[in-house]
Ligand binder design. Structure first.
Ligand SMILES: *[C@@H]1O[C@H](CO)[C@@H](O)[C@H](O)[C@H]1NC(C)=O
Ligand SMILES: *[C@@H]1O[C@H](CO)[C@@H](O)[C@H](O)[C@H]1NC(C)=O
Ligand SMILES: *[C@@H]1O[C@H](CO)[C@@H](O)[C@H](O)[C@H]1NC(C)=O
Length: 922
């Protein structure tokens, strides 16, 4: 099978991202794994790309360490630090998210877990993940050349529950990012697969589709079913995607996730443990029974774990791995050999679990193995041959379709997802729809009191199904319409998860919500209405958004009133029935769609026991096609709907939703992170200031100390001066270790002090090195200019132009310049070089500029007309120029360009020299 991507996806990939505007359009996606995180960015006009970190790696360990100095280390540095001080590092930050305190009773609502990092502080999982997202943000910012990143999409494994997803969104908010979505990593991989054109309809697929459709015509689109199997650090999952591709363009147009299934009994981490066990046993055997077992020494375990990760990868490709860890403990080295066969037999109970998600994903999608068009592995651990074999055996296939990049697919798919959710990017059209997969229901009660919910003898109680298992998709939407006159409460539940895979598979309270102000709003609406009959209703909309968050979008009270109106209508002559019919007002639209095919608006009318009457609102009149038209005035009764928003209040102390951070909690978390960031920044600034001061001291002192007799620096300074300077620098060096030097501002002050000491000497040396040449050059330029101008003057005298005075003026000036130069040389010669120079190079340059100006003016004087003979060639050229350019300013501009006038003395010098020299060539 040819694994190379066909040519078109590359092109398509470049074309699929066009930004509508360039400002602040940058966004990123973070594939947040438990072991590693990967970052992808989208930038206007440049498409999608994976970001490399400071070490030019495409994945960074999702690790943070807090040093004894309070410094934060990220990624590889944190992992390295963890080997020395395990208690100061967080290596699996993501697993803290959405967790309860270990001693708190586990439930949908609980006290948020706080992790105490040795000697630093307590952090919540949200704060730790926020720090990781912050690290991702700085990688993305660096890749974008400093441009700000405001939006993010984060991938999570499909087993993440609602509480964990809410926590991810909170983490993004803590670090100041707008969370565009929390995406299932398998869905993101499916998006990448589709974008890469891997689901491009093949001849066979088109033929097969033809067969399925039982039609002769070539189908417009072809649907393929692809299983994505992920095995990463924290678990295994399988998802089936239905990908529809257009036959003509070959592009995928729609992705629908049919099922997700997972198994956390097998994971990269657990497989590492298997290897760690072997290594620990080997080391303990080597050290003898009297020694402390390796498992009780965190530092040893940390290093063994690092080796185990490497060994596991090597054993994917090789049958054995020789392990050698120097001074693992007590100056003892570990030397042993690991064999793939041993690893596979040790891990065999785990490998037996690999097929589970495959079978369950098939059964949840009601498919057979033969229905799959491709099986695509991704996630680092799917490189293990035994894992691939298990997947193949479960499905009865020979090979897997390794068609996406194992490490990068999820991040790349997620960044495309983010771009579709952002208003600044125009992306190729690709619909996708994920599966929430769990039924959702609500309970309504007339009492706005907690604990009132009970069916028994309570006429106000009602249970309503919002989303059945099959139609709980992401996104989806439902409107619940209730006949309510007074405030009431309702509770949203995640219903029993029949697969039992969820963390809370039993019926779980999601949110407890009060709807307030119903009676007030109703009264106001009734008072302002002229209607005879008014029917009050309350409509609640529920969304499951693309991140898997259940939101109560709006709650509004509405009153249907029947009113009589007079109006002119256009009627068909033949259609005389309209006058009596009831018109539904066009203003009433009860369903809105967000453009996704899965979204539906269904009205579930609940009889609350208080209100008998319920009216069908749905039928609106279709406009009729009329051939002949005339108008007439008619009376009709209309139903007008008055709407008014109600307030909804969450009872935060119950349900999963209550785990979302409140504004106050969010602010506190933001402050915690800001303080850490400021401290980090201050530390970096101080280190920079210290480094640059130290560098300045070392470099300058050695220059001064080592200055030799023929060095300019030596010539322009006295022995005493140099000694004084060296001792001042010595003092400053000692000062760097004092308490005073702890402050960045003091370091900068000291740096400036030293500069003030050294700069005069330094600039005298610099002047000395440039001055003699500068003076010589100026004098030479004045000489040449004088010759050139004299020659021109001669011509004018010969032809009697009467303009020689103008030339005389310039010649006089060149003479004055030459005498100025010699004056300066004389004066400087009698002044010690250890004092301020008589004239600065800068002043010499300025003189040069003036000289050039004067000479140029003389050169521009029009040559006198030759009496008989044709003018020499060079002169005719010059006159041509004056003829074609009328305005003097244009002429100036042209000449200036040639002469290269620059504001800095360096180029002015060049100009002065070439000014006269250049003209000589004419
Ligand atoms: C997936 O792999 C199988 C077996 O190699 C092959 O027959 C099939 O065509 C592949 N599917 C795709 C979509 O590439
Ligand atoms: C008009 O009304 C009559 C009876 O009420 C019905 O038979 C006829 O189909 C109606 N015509 C139209 C165009 O609706
Ligand atoms: C230059 O000036 C002359 C007379 O003033 C005019 O006729 C001619 O059009 C001008 N040429 C240009 C290029 O402006």
């Amino acid at each position: 099978m040819d694994m190379r991507p066909p040519a078109f996806p590359i092109l398509a990939f470049l074309l699929l991202l066009i930004a509508l505007s360039t400002c602040n359009a940058n966004l990123m996606a973070v594939d947040l794994g438990m072991g590693y995180l990967k970052v992808a960015i989208a930038r206007p006009g440049k498409g999608l790309e994976l970001v490399t970190n400071e070490q030019s790696k495409r994945k960074t360990p999702a690790a943070i360490a807090f040093t004894t100095e309070g410094e934060r280390l990220f990624g590889d540095a944190a992992v390295a630090y963890a080997a020395k001080a395990p208690a100061r590092a967080v290596l699996d930050g993501r697993s803290l998210i959405g967790q309860c305190q270990p001693d708190a009773p586990e439930g949908p609502f609980c006290e948020r877990r706080r992790l105490s990092v040795h000697g630093v502080a307590d952090f919540t999982g949200e704060e730790i993940v926020a720090m990781l997202l912050g690290m991702a943000k700085s990688q993305a910012t660096a890749a974008l050349g400093g441009a700000a990143v405001k939006d993010v999409a984060v991938t999570v494994p499909p087993w993440f529950d609602e509480r964990q997803r809410l926590a991810i969104a909170d983490a993004a908010r803590i670090i100041g990012l707008n969370c565009l979505g929390v995406v299932n990593s398998n869905t993101a991989a499916a998006i990448k697969y589709a974008l890469d054109g891997k689901a491009k309809p093949t001849e066979e697929a088109i033929a097969a589709q033809k067969g399925k459709d039982k039609k002769k015509r070539t189908p417009k689109s072809v649907t393929q079913r692809v299983m994505f199997y992920d095995l990463g650090t924290s678990g295994a999952s399988a998802s089936i995607a239905e990908i529809t591709s257009d036959v003509n363009s070959g592009h995928a147009s729609r992705i629908k996730m049919l099922s997700h299934a997972w198994e956390q009994g097998v994971s990269g981490r657990l497989l590492d443990d298997v290897v760690v066990d072997r290594l620990a046993d080997a080391f303990d055997k080597q050290r003898g029974p009297a020694a402390t077992p390796s498992r009780q020494i965190p530092r040893v375990m940390m290093r063994l774990r690092k080796e185990a990760q490497k060994a596991k990868e090597v054993l994917s490709a090789n049958m054995e791995r020789f392990v050698s860890i120097g001074s693992l403990y007590d100056d003892l080295d570990l030397k042993t050999t690991l064999y793939r066969a041993d690893f596979e037999s040790d891990a065999s109970p785990m490998f037996d679990l690999v097929g589970g998600p495959v079978r369950m994903a098939l059964s949840r999608a009601e498919l057979k193995a033969a229905d799959l068009d491709a099986v695509v592995p991704f996630g680092g651990v799917t490189r293990t041959p035994r894992v691939q074999k298990e997947i193949c055996d479960t499905l009865g296939i020979e090979t897997l379709n390794k068609s996406i990049n194992t490490d990068e697919a999820a991040a790349m798919g997620a960044v495309f997802f983010a771009a579709t959710q952002s208003s600044t990017f125009r992306v190729r059209k690709l619909d996708f729809e994920d599966l929430y997969g769990r039924p959702i229901s609500a309970e309504v009660d007339k009492e706005a009191k907690a604990g009132a919910f009970s069916r028994k003898g309570n006429p106000g109680f009602q249970k309503v199904s919002l989303f059945a298992e099959g139609d709980s998709r992401m996104p989806s939407k439902k409107t619940l319409s209730l006949n309510k006159k007074e405030d009431f409460s309702f509770r949203v539940f995640l219903d029993v998860d029949k697969t039992g895979l969820s963390r809370f598979p039993e019926r779980t309270l999601y949110a407890n919500i009060k709807v307030k102000g119903v009676a007030d709003v109703l009264k106001k609406m009734k008072d302002s209405s002229k209607a005879k009959k008014a029917i009050p209703r309350v409509a609640l909309t529920f969304h499951v958004d693309r991140s898997g968050h259940i939101r109560i979008g709006t709650a509004e009270s509405s009153v249907d009133e029947t009113v009589v109106v007079e109006r002119e209508v256009v009627v068909d002559e033949k259609d005389e029935n309209t006058s009596e019919s009831k018109q539904s007002p066009t203003a009433e639209t009860s369903s809105e769609t967000e453009g996704s095919p899965s979204e539906e608006t269904t009205e579930a009318t609940v009889s609350g026991g208080e209100e008998k009457e319920s009216k069908d609102q749905g039928n609106s009149k279709k406009p009729k096609t009329k051939k002949k038209k005339k108008t007439k005035t008619e009376k009709s009764t209309q139903t007008v709907v008055l709407r008014s928003a109600l307030s909804i209040e969450y009872d935060g102390a119950e349900g999963m939703f209550g785990m979302q951070m409140s504004g106050k909690q969010l602010d506190a978390a933001k402050k915690t992170l800001k303080d850490l960031e400021d401290a980090d920044k201050e530390r970096v600034e101080r280190a920079d200031a210290l480094n640059s001061l130290e560098g300045y001291i070392l470099e300058t002192r050695s220059k001064v100390r080592n200055a030799e007799e023929d060095d300019d620096l030596y010539t322009v300074s006295t022995e005493e001066e140099r000694e004084k300077l060296v001792s001042a620098f010595d003092e400053a060096e000692d000062w760097m270790y004092t308490e005073d030097a702890k402050q960045t501002a003091n370091l900068r002050k000291k740096h400036h002090e030293l500069q003030r000491l050294y700069t005069p000497m330094e600039s005298r040396a610099l002047e000395l090195s440039k001055r003699p040449d500068a003076l010589k050059m100026l004098s030479a330029a004045a000489g040449l200019s004088s010759e050139r101008v004299s020659a021109l003057r001669m011509l004018h005298v010969e032809r009697n132009s009467g303009r020689e005075a103008e030339f005389d003026e310039v010649i006089e000036f060149t003479t004055s310049v030459r005498s100025w130069v010699s004056d300066m040389e004389t004066a400087q010669a009698s002044k010690p070089l250890t004092e301020e120079p008589v004239v600065l190079v800068r002043t010499i340059m300025e003189k040069g500029l003036k000289l050039r100006e004067a000479v140029e003016k003389a050169l521009k004087i029009e040559p006198p007309p030759a009496p008989e003979t044709p003018p020499p060639e060079s002169e005719s050229k010059e006159s041509e120029v004056t003829e074609t350019t009328n305005s003097t300013s244009a002429e100036d501009g042209e000449n200036n360009d040639d002469l290269d006038v620059g504001p800095d003395p360096q180029s002015a010098k060049a100009g002065a020299a070439s000014g006269s020299g250049g003209k000589d060539e004419l």
